[in-house]
Design a protein around this ligand. Structure first.
Ligand code: R5P
Length: 317
């Protein structure tokens, strides 16, 4: 029986994923859920304990916000899972960290995406994630060269939510990277889309220039893959308000919202904020479990269907 393995601080989304795995039509064998027990030693090191006997098929659920701690957990848990019986190991990481550092912007700068990606690919047989920040590197498989890399998107779900809450809204992507998500969302929800231009000078120092478009009196929803410091959204919102937008709301896949992000966004004129539950947050309005469950079933089945030759090359001996 395949096993979903999760951590106690993500019990709620893991339970939702388990329920969705059971509810999804065409389900493979029923999944069970178990938790990795963690103890933090006084010096900061982890002691992890996994169930002592694991089935052949194991999916580890870990969304990679607070990435540095969690990557160490994975560094320990993935090889341990294999020692304990897992023969095919999936990582279900709704939020995939370190995807934005995809180039060296100055000599000697580490291209973190490449190294984190290669390391995850060595540790897991398959990866399922949502709206990974792919920009200069076009596909998830290039960033994380794992046997099966599935990049899902919440853009259509966020677009539908925006259309329901603000009928006829204009969807605005705050920078050129966001064009991929904003266009998908607009197509799915039959809304108008536009994309702004952004210049980033520092972590909290960004400038956003609106496209040439009359937004007077319009409801606008800023849509992006993530908000971290909230400065990108705040600058876009302030510009939209100054240009006469009637309302400015925000829809993001990954609600990182570090520090004073929400306060800064609200002060800039943002009304409501909606996000998926890839990162647990008060703004969560779109559950990802059905999307993730369908992808996990598809992934497991595709290994089964592709037959023994492919399977045996994937399964670790
Ligand atoms: C980058 O292009 C991303 O899509 C987001 O726009 C960015 O990470 C948001 O960062 P912050 O909230 O810190 O401005």
């Amino acid at each position: 029986m395949p096993l979903l393995l999760a951590f106690d601080d993500e019990a709620a989304p893991a339970q939702r994923l388990l329920a969705a795995l059971h509810a999804t039509a065409g389900a493979t064998e029923p999944w069970t859920l178990a938790f990795v027990q963690r103890h933090r030693f006084p010096d900061g090191e982890w002691r992890l304990r996994l169930p002592p006997e694991l089935p052949a098929e194991v999916a580890l659920y870990r969304s990679l916000h607070q990435p540095n701690d969690k990557l160490v957990e994975l560094l320990l848990a993935a090889p341990a899972a294999r020692e304990l019986g897992a023969r095919r190991l999936w990582l279900v990481a709704p939020y995939l960290a370190y995807m934005r550092q995809d180039a060296a912007f100055s000599p000697g700068e580490v291209v973190s995406q490449r190294h984190v990606g290669r390391w995850l690919a060595a540790a897991f047989d398959g990866l399922i994630t949502v709206d990974p920040h792919l920009h200069r590197v076009a596909t998830l498989a290039e960033a994380v060269p794992v046997a099966q890399a599935r990049a899902l998107s919440a853009a259509a779900l966020l677009g539908a939510l925006a259309a329901q809450r603000r009928p006829g809204a204009l969807l605005l992507g705050p920078d050129k990277e966001s064009a991929q998500w904003v266009r998908q969302a607009a197509d799915a929800a039959r809304l108008q889309a536009a994309v702004a231009r952004k210049v980033r000078r520092g972590d909290r120092d960004v400038e956003v220039a609106l496209p040439a478009l009359d937004v007077r009196g319009r409801a606008v929803v800023i849509l992006d893959d993530m908000a971290s410091t909230g400065r990108t959204v705040a600058r876009a919102a302030a510009a939209l308000r100054a240009a006469g937008a009637a309302s400015v709301d925000v829809a993001v896949t990954h609600a990182l919202f570090v520090g004073d992000a929400l306060a800064v966004m609200k002060a800039a004129g943002v009304g409501e904020v909606w996000s998926t539950d890839s990162v647990p947050h008060a703004s969560n309005a779109v559950p990802l479990a059905p999307l993730l469950a369908a992808a996990l079933h598809r992934s497991v089945r595709s290994f089964q269907i592709s037959g023994n030759s492919t399977t045996s090359s994937i399964l670790r001996k």
